[in-house]
Design a protein around this ligand. Structure first.
Ligand code: DOR
Ligand code: ZN
Length: 425
């Protein structure tokens, strides 16, 4: 099967490629990238004139609820949401039921992912049952197919346990992804602690919780000389810590999500739990600092923390679980915020969303080049669209971007040389 992408604007950060080029795909491999490739002998031609052709996005932080809560999302529907967002690979977090703390659960995910539209890479747990005590068998998780370990959704409370985990995971060839939160500080808070939580009379989550544990992880990475990845950065102080650490050569990488550079705690005035996630939306100053850090490369990746929850659960502002879906809006939100305001070039966005996550996890793809795997997103950068929750492919509709207009929409998503999504709007 030969597929030709004609006349697209090709952008690939890893090999610093940018230009109006044709891309020829044979089966699952890119076999040619050139000014003009003949159509003779090609099975399918897609006219990409006026469209951007970029490597498929790798979202290294999603929650697919499978096994255990498949009424919220399963591996197949999660993969459909991913495909609709131009995402061709995801790393799914282990807070499933049962927890992905054993080779059996990792194998279940990999097996079910055979029918998925995109590539699914499981993240194993750091501790058994995410309880923070007993470390998992990282070598066994790795052998079963885990690509990293994390207790995401919960912190590893004890610094000694975290240090041991980093050492063991390192020797097993896995990176630790840290959910930085101090539950003794959080004490049941449900939104950012600040003027809005005070006005609403709602328990707050102090920024100190995230700042302190991120500082701890950076110190561990420095002292042990072992890399660590910091999940979902939301505060300006963490941005300062990351700058300080990377300048000194500490092996720390990090990610943030579009809601942290787009929205503030003011949204919570609506008392709508679709604006509640962990870490929470913070202040304008945090949004500015996160935005600057994404633009200057202090933060390495944009992810979604795609966290599906039912409308019923989300209907109770105080009791709702934290989390928002994001796979279908992440590229659009990023283009709207940074590309269309000229704060970032497309090649930088490709680095943050397509290249860096794969480099951090050691995954294939993330570039457009002869010989590379044919995982590609074709994007209409200028198409404006309204975020309507009911139109999302995800089983859950808890998006914090509902009702917003974005500029930039995925037109085709290609995985292993096959078109797995086409926008027909
Ligand atoms: O908002 C969040 N939701 N943050 C997390 O850390 C976990 C996630 C979930 O699993 O729902
Ligand atoms: Zn998460």
């Amino acid at each position: 099967m030969k597929l030709l992408l004609k006349n697209g604007h090709v952008v690939s950060s890893f090999n610093k490629l940018e230009g109006d080029l044709d891309v020829l795909i044979e089966d699952n491999v890119i076999v040619g990238v050139a000014d003009k490739i003949e159509e003779a002998g090609v099975d399918q031609v897609i006219d990409c004139k006026g469209l951007a052709v970029i490597p498929g996005i790798c979202d290294m932080h999603v929650h697919f609820r499978d096994p255990g809560q498949t009424h919220k999302e399963d591996i197949i529907t999660g993969s459909e949401a991913a495909a609709a967002g131009g995402v061709t690979a995801v790393a799914c977090m282990p807070n499933t039921n049962p927890v992905a703390d054993s080779p059996e659960v990792i194998r279940y995910i990999i097996d079910k992912a055979k029918d998925a539209k995109v590539k699914i890479y499981p993240v194993g747990a750091i501790t058994k049952g995410l309880a923070g005590d007993e470390l998992c068998d990282f070598k066994a998780l790795k052998a079963a197919g885990a690509v990293a370990v994390s207790d995401d959704g919960k912190p590893v409370k004890n610094a000694h346990t975290m240090g041991r985990a980093m050492i063991d995971a390192h020797y097993a060839g896995l990176k630790v992804i840290s959910h930085c939160e101090d539950l003794d500080i959080i004490r049941g808070g449900i939104m950012n602690a600040g003027v809005v939580s005070l006005e609403l009379g709602v328990p707050g989550m102090s920024r100190t919780s995230e700042n302190i544990i991120t500082g701890r992880e950076i110190q561990l990475a420095n002292d042990l000389q072992i890399p660590i990845h910091i999940a979902h950065v939301s505060t300006k102080e963490v941005v300062d810590l990351l700058r300080f650490a990377t300048k000194r050569g500490v092996m720390v990488t990090s990610e943030t999500a579009p809601h942290y550079f787009t929205l503030t705690e003011d949204r919570l005035f609506t008392r709508d739990a679709d604006y509640r996630m962990n870490p929470p939306l913070r202040t304008e100053e945090d949004v500015k600092a996160i935005s600057a850090a994404v633009c200057d490369g202090t933060i390495d990746c944009i992810v979604t923390d795609h966290a599906p929850h039912t409308a019923e659960e989300k209907s109770d502002f105080l009791k709702a679980p934290n989390g928002v879906v994001g796979l279908e809006t992440s590229l659009a939100a990023t283009l709207t915020k940074f590309y269309h305001t000229k704060q970032m070039k497309l090649i930088q966005i490709v680095r943050l969303m397509c290249e860096n996550p794969r480099l951090i996890l050691g995954l294939e793809g993330g570039l457009i080049k002869k010989g590379a795997v044919a995982d590609i997103a074709v994007v209409d950068l200028d198409k404006e669209w309204l975020v309507e929750p009911e139109k999302l492919h995800s089983k859950s509709k808890n998006t914090c971007f509902k009702g917003m207009m974005f500029k930039g929409k995925v037109k085709y998503t290609i995985v292993n040389g096959k078109v797995v999504f086409e926008d027909k709007d």
